[in-house]
Each structure stands twice: as structure tokens, then as C-alpha cells.
Design a protein around this ligand. Structure first.
Ligand code: G3P
Length: 204
């Protein structure tokens, strides 16, 4: 799986454009988008989209919370939780995973290390994405700086493991796959590129 997290690098018109670029390269790429852009991106591209964060609160009151029902109603397929840029307590992750399961949404929980991955695996999310926070947004990838983390994550954490942080080359992706990861999560290399399509073609 190639997962492209748009973060807040792009939104609105630009996020739709980026989603279209991703689709041109491969319509199986999964996108991590903002809730505000979800409806339009899905409508215009039919790409599989996750939202970048969601709350466990339910329908009705709860002003300002972003609900799993909202993701569902806007044709999202999944949610990301606990990204290193949006950390949550285990209690909140647990409550939110349960809510997502009730609505049949896929869930990707981000973890910073193997211990956290083991704990989160008890919740049986669809994917666990291991990202060392220090490497996120940088030029040195997890595949280069810490291949052992990939290998150990696959061995020691139950579930489907993705890895991310600093991924920017074909080699990074190949190393991750070779070590058993089901795929990679990438952001800045694609979202800040002058020609995202070119970068994606190399990664895929
Ligand atoms: O979710 C993926 C992301 O955190 C990795 O970011 O910019 O290091 O590819 P980046």
C-alpha cells in the first residue's frame, strides 16, 4: 500500500489537484485528507480516502467535534489516528477505534515505537503505521536510518504494519517491503514536490 498523507501541506483546490495527480499515477494509492476536503476529493476522483484525525463523540450535540458519521456520510473509507503530530491517549484511541468499527471504517493507528505498537495491536486496527517522530518531515528515511525498526515491528507487532518518515526514494520503499512492511506512508516528498506525479511514479 502506498499511503499519501496530505497533512496540512495542501487543502481546498490544491488538495483536489494533488488527489488527481495521485490518481493519474495509480488509482490504488490511498489518500490521507482533511475532513473539509473529503467530499469533493472522493466525488471528483473516486480515490480511497482516510481522514487525518477523528473524534469518538457521537451524533447530536458535541459542537466542533469531527465525527465518524461525518466521514461515512462523505464517503471516506477510513481514519488515521494518533499521528505523531496529533497524539492521543490510549483511552481515546481505544474509544475511537470502537466507534470506527461500529461504522465499518478502516483504521490506521500511528505509533512511535514497538512498545506502543504492541499496545495498540490489542485494539486490532486495520493497519499500524510505525513512524519514528524525529524522522518525520526530514530527508533521512526510516528505511535508511533504522531498518531494524521495520524488521522488528513486523516481527513483534501483531497486525498489518506500514512504516513511514522521510520516505522519498524507490530504495526506501523497497527496503520497507523487503523487511515485511505491507506498505509505506509518505507525505512531504510528495506534497511539497514541484512535480508530485514524478515522485509518485518513482515510489510506486
Ligand atoms: O504520515 C506520513 C508522514 O508522517 C510521513 O511524513 O513528510 O516524513 O513523509 P514525511
Amino acid at each position: 500500500m502506498l499511503f499519501v498523507n496530505f497533512k496540512n501541506y495542501v487543502f481546498g483546490e490544491k488538495s483536489v489537484k494533488l488527489a488527481k495527480e495521485c490518481k493519474k499515477v495509480n488509482n490504488k494509492i490511498v489518500l490521507g485528507v482533511g475532513l473539509g476536503d473529503l467530499y469533493r476529493i472522493v466525488k471528483e476522483t473516486k480515490m480511497k480516502c482516510y481522514v487525518q484525525h477523528i473524534d469518538y463523540q457521537g451524533k447530536g450535540r458535541n459542537t466542533g467535534y469531527n465525527l465518524v458519521e461525518n466521514v461515512k456520510a462523505n464517503n471516506g473509507k477510513g481514519v488515521m489516528l494518533n499521528h505523531s503530530e496529533h497524539r492521543l491517549s490510549f483511552e481515546i484511541i481505544s474509544k475511537t477505534v470502537k466507534r470506527c468499527k461500529q461504522l465499518n471504517l478502516e483504521i490506521m493507528v500511528f505509533v512511535k515505537n514497538i512498545n506502543e505498537g504492541k499496545k495498540v495491536s490489542r485494539l486490532k486496527p486495520s493497519y499500524i503505521c510505525v513512524e519514528p517522530p524525529k524522522l518525520v518531515g526530514g530527508k533521512v528515511s526510516v528505511s535508511t536510518a533504522n531498518p531494524k525498526l521495520i524488521e522488528d515491528s513486523v516481527k513483534k507487532i501483531n497486525g498489518r504494519i506500514l512504516v513511514g518518515a522521510g520516505i522519498h526514494s524507490k530504495r526506501d520503499v523497497e527496503v520497507a517491503r523487503k523487511l515485511g512492511a505491507k506498505g509505506v506512508a509518505v507525505s512531504s516528498a510528495v506534497t511539497t514536490a514541484r512535480n508530485p506525479g514524478k515522485v509518485l511514479k518513482e515510489l510506486i
